[in-house]
Design a protein around this ligand. Structure first.
Ligand code: SF4
Length: 793
């Protein structure tokens, strides 16, 4: 369908648009028009991605100065989904006669894009990177060339990658035609034309209209500069699935150093020293050349690392890059000795048996007192190590990974002061007696990593299905949104049923509160909820616990009281573990069990792999149970430090942040089962605290609207009775009939939904006209966020 938002023509690849999609696009356009940022919460399964792409692509093509969209998502499957959606949209636009040249592509790691017959078979990303580097590093190519020039063709034993060579030799003529390329399309094109898809994609970024990649390409300073420096200020940036974006920001600037890492680093230092001595004897000119380059400043060095993102510097301010490297680390052997001293210092620091918490300045002061190492050379450590690795022509970087981390730590700790803290924990748990020290360098302030993005790009869109409570994001991320909006879900049948179960059938209150969580009555009542829902839920039932520790203790208690055996009579049970491979197998088997018809139970944890990015649509999730409120482990020193920082610097109280964080993760978990309007599911919030207004108010608007008085403060048997009724209604087929009554509830077929939850072209035009009149009435002044969806109906 085609409709207009003001004078902007939108081609939307479906016959109908949801009212919330229309409102979403309209508000986004407002932010783009005003060159401002926005924060938009769109219910799960309401076509957020397609609305976003339809609007922005139309906007880009209408206003040629906004040529680029940078779309960031979290996982590779999400990137693939967005690319597929973009492809569908562009196909539709072409079918409608819009024949504009357009390039859309995705960028991800070598592991997902490599087409080399041997290298692409490797399973681990790090191995693919290392092997690729050993085929493409400049010195490897140089060696190959020398061998070719000197020896006869038969004796050339330095291997190269044909795909990379062809691309390099093609220079600027290596391009891809207009179109949208999924990761698979890109590989296909690479194979056919003998171009490496990974490097080709990177090369094409400046020419692409839409680039889809993971958050890290913009937020992680270690790689952000390498891929994002070409992006113009007028680019539109989108962070999708952004409910956790503040944590991604803080994690991208945090580093943990452990004792084994330091031991490995010390070994790497010795290996480096041997290499330096070797090179000094065989070709000292190379070291001398490096020395001269370093005197010139880092800008020169920078040019050499275009393809080496792993060697990229954590972050160095622009002015530093023009300075020359401090004299005491210019010579290779001096630098390695410097590194050795620093590693030894860290080892000694780790020998303490009490927790140490200090800021960067205190740490640097101590380093100076003990080792005479200054702050300035420390700042250059990471870059200097990268340069040395290149000079020594080391391609297999796996051995140096730990040393690189230590070097990144040195650079970060000497570059950042405010918003960072060093915490040295000698024991893994407070009860342990054998030390296992970890030195955490933690970023407490999410604004630091994202500030360059807000400063550089005029429109940044932060969106997700679960952003509530939204008020905290502007403070947490340090930006002023032009538009903040949360959209309800227009439904003609209530396809999800939130239930606040506060007590068991025996009327004992249930909660995952620390004081009561292990009471036998609570454990038994939680078990009863699982058992009762296992009996009535068709197909899949997903359960979430606040932590692995709690899940383990409660599952073992259920086992002891025979609860698991009871559940097994109705459904198979699968459990998520911290091991990613094990969890993937459990998930696969869970899906098989759901496909077989009997269904299964999946026990998992909030904030785990399953709660983020795994969808349980249709038969894979007909009910989800949240056992307790997923609060973070509040005794963690890292969390305490962040809470203190937020309280002192952002005026966010500890409790407010903890509840905000728990509720956004809770909403994320329950949202997994509803992936579209044709889907349906029961959402059980099993904790008496969920019934409180302060908790409910923090649920997303679309979800909170489903919570009625009848679904508050329920006991297990009441919840089961409501669920049975709900499932009976949902099990009825919805045809295209105008309207009907099923099980006492009014439902609508497609024609019944038109005008309510579906709008056709004419209805959109009417709404737009009504909006215009309203705008004129209010003298053309429309406050941001004042026109909600309710006003349109
Ligand atoms: S250059 Fe490309 S195709 Fe060749 S090994 Fe590296 S990633 Fe694979």
């Amino acid at each position: 369908m085609k409709f207009y938002l003001d004078d902007l023509p939108i081609l939307f690849p479906y016959d109908y648009v949801y009212p919330e999609q229309y409102a979403y696009m309209r508000d986004m356009k407002r932010a783009l028009d005003g060159k401002g940022h926005c924060l938009l919460e769109m219910p799960s399964g309401t076509g957020k991605t397609v609305s976003l792409l339809s609007l922005i692509v139309a906007y880009q093509l209408h206003y040629p100065e906004r040529r680029k969209l940078i779309y960031c998502s979290r996982t590779v499957p999400e990137i693939e989904k967005a690319l597929a959606e973009l492809k569908r949209l562009m196909d539709y636009r072409h079918a409608q006669g819009a024949k504009e040249p357009f390039l859309g592509l995705g960028l991800t790691s070598r592991r997902n894009l490599c087409v080399h017959p041997d290298v692409s078979r490797e399973k681990h990303g790090e191995t693919v990177d290392a092997r690729c580097r050993s085929l493409t590093a400049p010195w490897v190519r140089e060696q190959h060339q020398q061998q070719q020039q000197t020896g006869d063709q038969m004796n050339v034993d330095v291997e190269l990658c044909a795909f990379y060579e062809h691309l390099e030799n093609a220079d600027d003529s290596a391009t891809i035609p207009s179109g949208v390329y999924t990761l698979e399309d890109m590989k296909e094109w690479g194979r056919e034309n003998t171009y490496c898809p990974y490097f080709l994609a990177r090369r094409m970024i400046p020419f692409a209209n839409v680039v889809i990649f993971s958050y890290h390409y913009l937020l992680d300073p270690k790689i952000a500069e390498l891929v994002s420096k070409e992006m113009s200020k007028d680019s539109i940036v989108v962070f999708d699935e952004a409910h956790n974006i503040d944590n991604v920001c803080t994690e991208s600037l945090s580093i943990d150093i452990t004792r084994p890492m330091l031991d490995a680093s010390a070994r790497s230092c010795r290996a480096l020293m041997d290499k330096v001595t070797e090179l000094k004897a065989s070709n000292s000119e190379k070291l001398q050349n490096e020395y001269s380059r370093l005197v010139e400043g880092l800008r020169e060095v920078q040019a050499a690392r275009e393809t080496e993102e792993l060697m990229a510097n954590p972050v160095l301010p622009e002015d530093i890059l023009h300075e020359s490297i401090p004299g005491n680390i210019r010579r290779a052997e001096h630098f390695v000795a410097f590194l050795q001293r620093f590693v030894e210092y860290l080892k000694t620091r780790m020998r303490v048996l009490h927790v140490v918490s200090e800021n960067s300045n205190a740490f640097l002061q101590h380093v100076k007192e003990v080792t005479f190492i200054d702050k300035k050379p420390l700042r250059f450590t990471s870059e200097r190590l990268g340069s040395l690795i290149r000079t020594l022509e080391l391609s297999d970087l796996a051995d140096f990974r730990n040393l690189q981390k230590v070097a990144a730590f040195a650079t970060l700790v000497s570059t950042y002061q405010k918003g960072f803290l060093l915490i040295l924990e000698p024991f893994e748990n407070d009860q342990d007696t054998i030390p296992n020290p970890v030195l955490h360098f933690v970023c407490l302030d999410a604004t630091i990593a994202i500030k360059p993005v807000f400063d550089r790009f005029s429109s940044v869109i932060i969106t997700s299905g679960t952003l509530s409570p939204m008020e905290l994001y502007p403070t947490l991320l340090g930006f002023k949104p032009l538009v903040i909006e949360s959209y309800p879900m227009t439904l003609t049948r209530n396809c999800f049923l939130p239930l606040m179960v506060t007590r068991g059938s025996d009327q004992v209150a249930i909660s995952s509160k620390f004081e009561v969580r292990n009471d036998l009555a609570v454990v038994r009542n939680f078990g009863n909820i699982l058992l009762e829902f296992a009996k009535i839920t068709p197909d899949g039932l997903v359960c979430f616990f606040p932590s692995y520790l709690y899940m383990e203790s409660i599952v073992s208690a259920w086992n002891d009281i025979g609860m698991l055996q009871e559940v097994l009579k109705y459904k198979l049970i699968f459990i998520e573990t911290p091991d990613a491979a094990e969890t993937s197998i459990a998930l696969e088997n869970y899906r098989t069990a759901c496909n077989n018809g009997r269904g299964a139970v999946l026990l998992s944890v909030a904030r785990g792999k399953v709660s983020e990015g795994v969808d349980f649509d249709h038969q894979y999730g007909r009910a989800v149970i949240l056992f307790g409120i997923p609060y973070q482990y509040t005794e963690s020193r890292l969390l305490k430090a962040r809470l203190e920082y937020l309280r002192d610097h952002s005026n966010i109280r500890e409790n407010d942040f903890l509840t905000f964080d728990a509720m956004r993760h809770g909403a994320q978990c329950v949202g997994r089962v509803l992936r579209g309007k044709s889907d349906y599911g029961i959402m059980v919030f099993a904790d008496k605290r969920f019934a409180r207004q302060d908790k409910r108010a923090k649920l997303p608007k679309w979800l909170a609207r489903g919570v009625t008085d009848a679904s508050l403060n329920l006991s297990t048997d009441m919840a089961v009775a409501l669920s049975k009724q709900f499932l009976r209604v949902m099990a009825q087929p919805v045809g295209d009939a105008e309207q009907g009554t099923q099980g006492g509830t009014r439902v609508a077929g497609r024609h019944g939904r038109v005008g309510v939850s579906l709008w056709d072209e004419k209805m959109v035009a009417d709404v737009a006209a009504a909006e215009r009149i309203q705008q004129q009435k209010s003298a053309g002044v429309l406050q941001p966020g004042t026109v909600g969806i309710a006003a349109l109906r």
